[in-house]
Design a protein around this ligand. Structure first.
Ligand code: PLP
Length: 432
């Protein structure tokens, strides 16, 4: 019984670990883009376990690769031994990363990947000053929380890094929100120069940024902003860390990595979530010169283990063989265009935005930019009632987020769209 499980969950797990929905769901099986709960209800999953189930559920190619590895009896051999599939996956990711002379260090989570990137950058530059972006999310370790620009997610009372905060692609609020894309890039560069001059000693290690802010509500800065920033950073050798935990692997439809929309190559790139399709697999990629900067022995007991990397190879091969980036562009356009057309007359929707299969709807009190998390929650619950799982996010909890598996079909996109539109219009008091 789910209600019994919920009581036991509340009794033993920390209260700061939130559960989605008024009546939390226990998922017991999944296939393709659909999951079934303990009561037998089936949902179309437009969030994929927070953009993690990138290919969908129970993909035979991934299951078979993992089962093959399990049958060898070697579930874990520690990174002190050679692991064939780890090397193979590192070769593929190094090649795809676009980073010259790349090295790959595998971890188990995006948090650890960012922690490793910050460790590498601070060692390489002999500085613990970091530039981070307002409204960002980078994980839940000390350093990763330290560069997270959202107090709701950043509970660390002490920051091990000296962090200065930048404005970025603000959409509705904040100093840059009133500007057009070109002016916003100019203003963000001015802000960067001012922050460097006033809030740092100059010897900054790195800037860390998400090409599209994930937890922050799928907020994307104007294309090209990172290139404009990087020009300034390059004057003094400050490194650029692209956090691709949500934006990587073709999800944005237009590019394989989010950073490519900005015309840069980062010095360090962190990845996680989708590459394991549910198995714990993450890591950091960087130029050898930078990644080799860690002076002490540093390894991960489970990072890059045989099972996770067997899954990772199968996921990556599937992704490339089926050109899922193109599918994300195609099905994402159906959703974006359909949503925009269906809610254009609603003054409680401030913006429908996104790229590929990373789409958001932001809710406000009609006629203002004031966030409306209550209405967002109603839409969220109504989607569930209609059989659709989506996500929530944003600094104020007023953004509905969609990040379906990249295997989404056009029929499923239209099916989910209809549920979404009905939920939004009903919450707006204007039924479809
Ligand atoms: N970076 C970004 C952009 C994320 O969205 C997340 C998680 O949502 C992380 C880092 C942390 O990843 P993990 O939860 O795997 O530690």
């Amino acid at each position: 019984m789910t209600s019994d499980l919920l009581a036991r969950h509340r009794a033993v797990l920390p209260s700061w670990m939130p559960l989605y929905y008024d009546e939390p769901i226990e998922l017991v099986s999944g296939s393709g883009r659909r999951v079934t709960d303990a009561q037998g209800r089936t949902y179309l999953d437009f969030f994929g376990g927070v953009l993690t189930t990138m290919l969908g559920y129970d993909i035979p190619e991934v299951r078979e690769a993992v089962e093959r590895q399990l049958r060898t009896g070697v579930v874990h051999s520690s990174t002190l031994y050679l692991i064939r599939q780890q090397v193979e996956l590192a070769e593929k990711i190094a090649r795809l990363s676009g980073i010259p002379d790349a090295r790959v260090f595998f971890t188990n989570s995006g948090t650890e990947a960012n922690e490793a990137a910050l460790l590498v950058a601070t060692n390489h530059r002999r500085s613990h000053q970091i530039l981070a972006v307002r409204n960002s999310y980078h994980g839940r370790s000390y350093a990763a929380m330290g560069v997270t620009g959202n107090r709701g997610w950043s509970a660390s009372p002490l920051n091990p890094l000296q962090v200065a905060w930048l404005h970025s692609g603000e959409r509705l609020r904040g100093l840059l929100a009133r500007l057009g894309p070109d002016e916003q890039v100019d203003a963000a560069v001015e802000d960067l120069r001012e922050v460097l001059a006033t809030q740092t000693a100059g010897d900054v290690a790195a800037l860390i940024a998400e090409p599209i802010q994930g937890v922050g509500g799928f907020v994307h800065p104007p294309d090209g902003l990172f290139a404009a920033w990087k020009k300034v950073l390059d004057e003094t050798g400050i490194l650029f860390i692209a956090d691709e935990v949500q934006t990587g692997w073709g999800r944005t439809g237009e590019h394989f990595w989010g950073y490519q929309a900005h015309g840069i190559t980062p010095d360090l790139l962190t990845f996680a979530k989708g590459i394991g399709n549910g198995f714990a697999l993450a890591g950091v990629v960087g130029r050898a010169e930078v990644l080799e900067s860690v002076p002490a022995i540093s390894f991960s007991t489970f990072g890059g283990n045989p099972v996770s990397t067997a899954a990772g190879n199968a996921v990556l091969d599937y992704l490339l063989d089926h050109d899922l980036q193109a599918n994300a562009a195609r099905t994402g356009a159906i959703l974006l265009d359909g949503l925009r057309a269906a809610v254009a007359d609603l003054d409680c929707v401030a913006e429908v935005r996104g790229k590929g299969l990373m789409l958001a709807v932001e809710f406000v009190h009609p006629g203002s930019a004031e966030p409306d998390p209550a209405r967002t929650a109603r839409v969220f619950e109504a989607c569930r009632e209609g059989g659709l799982l989506v996500g929530k996010g944003g600094l104020y909890g007023n953004v509905l987020r969609m990040g379906p598996p990249l295997t989404l079909t056009e029929e499923e996109a239209r099916e989910g769209l209809a549920i979404l539109v009905e939920a939004i219009r009903t919450a707006a008091g204007v039924p479809a």
